[in-house]
Design a protein around this ligand. Structure first.
Ligand SMILES: C[S@@+](CC[C@H](N)C(=O)[O-])C[C@H]1O[C@@H](n2cnc3c(N)ncnc32)[C@H](O)[C@@H]1O
Length: 279
């Protein structure tokens, strides 16, 4: 599996480190003011400081370009259904590649009991920084799991406990698009084993009207961008390999796409998806 971040080449990474924000609007400001109780006048400084510390730990475009300030789950058409689903006892939500855990905190703010929510990321430092971002280290009852999706069950209980518990709703945003198609299939097979029957995987990622490989964020490596058909094909392969069946629904649009950004171009689209385990 190709590494997804590269700290030995800081000049390249600076290409996706935009200037500090001077204003922060929308749902994330509301969340920081209402959930984290950060005074309105402090929000911009707080977000810039977390971005700086996060980028020092992992120089991802989603951090350098402040994409973490977009609450992507909130914009998913199933958001209200997801809330209802998670308000049932024993329901489990898993946010794969959760980074600071911003979408998880929005669910808590919207009334989901926090002990039903789990964040998972290979980078423990980013999840830890999430507590400083949202100022909830003492209050939040969610658990954050440091695990590598590619290692799956070989990591032992950290993963096999998730397999036993089973997941009703998995959020997977800006995750698959980090990898080659072969690696995406490998990762999806591990994730498929965590989902209960009738469970869903929802998310957004960068798609393309010309599906195929593009340069990845690690220098000299590639990642694969899907359209809805290729994403569906991938899940049919995952189903065959795991004796499961999946219904894939998706849309592509220009929301949040900036064709002048270092990681997007005129072929890029937002791919919003729902993958339901039907068998
Ligand atoms: C581009 S960020 C997306 C963060 C967040 N989901 C969002 O939409 O803002 C990708 C995240 O996936 C995590 N990640 C990368 N490879 C991983 C792996 N093999 N296993 C688990 N997490 C991984 C990274 O540490 C990072 O936090």
């Amino acid at each position: 599996m190709a590494a997804t971040n590269e700290t030995s080449f800081p000049e390249r990474n600076r290409g996706w480190y935009q200037d500090d924000l001077t204003e922060i609007n929308g749902p994330i400001r509301k969340l920081l003011e209402n959930y984290s109780k950060i005074p309105s006048s402090e929000v911009v400084k707080h977000v810039n400081s977390i971005r700086e510390r996060g980028f020092a730990a992992n120089p991802y475009p989603c951090i350098g370009l402040y994409r973490f300030t977009n609450l992507t789950l909130l914009s998913h058409p199933l958001y209200n259904t997801i809330i209802e689903r998670l308000n049932v006892a024993n329901a489990t939500y898993l946010d794969v590649g959760c980074c600071f855990g911003q979408d998880l905190r929005q669910l808590v703010q919207d009334g989901v009991p926090s002990d039903r929510l789990i964040g998972l990321d290979v980078a423990g430092a980013l999840m830890d920084l999430g507590y400083d971002f949202f100022l909830d280290r003492e209050a939040l009852r969610s658990c954050f799991v440091v695990a590598d999706v590619f290692k799956g069950a070989e990591q032992g209980p950290v993963w096999t406990d998730l397999e036993k518990r089973g997941v009703d709703v998995m959020h997977c945003s800006a995750f698959f698009h980090l990898f080659t198609l072969e690696d995406q299939i490998f990762a999806a097979k591990n994730l498929a084993k965590l989902i209960k029957k009738d469970g869903v995987i929802v998310g957004r990622q960068i798609g393309s009207v010309k599906p195929g490989d593009v340069p990845a964020i690690k220098d000299k490596s590639l990642s694969y961008r899907h359209n809805v058909d290729t994403f569906n094909n991938m899940w049919q392969k995952v189903g065959e390999a795991t004796q499961t069946q999946w219904k894939v629904e998706g849309t592509m649009d220009m929301i949040g796409i900036n064709i002048n950004s270092p990681v997007e171009n005129e072929d890029s689209r937002r791919l919003l998806f729902t993958v339901t385990r039907i068998v």
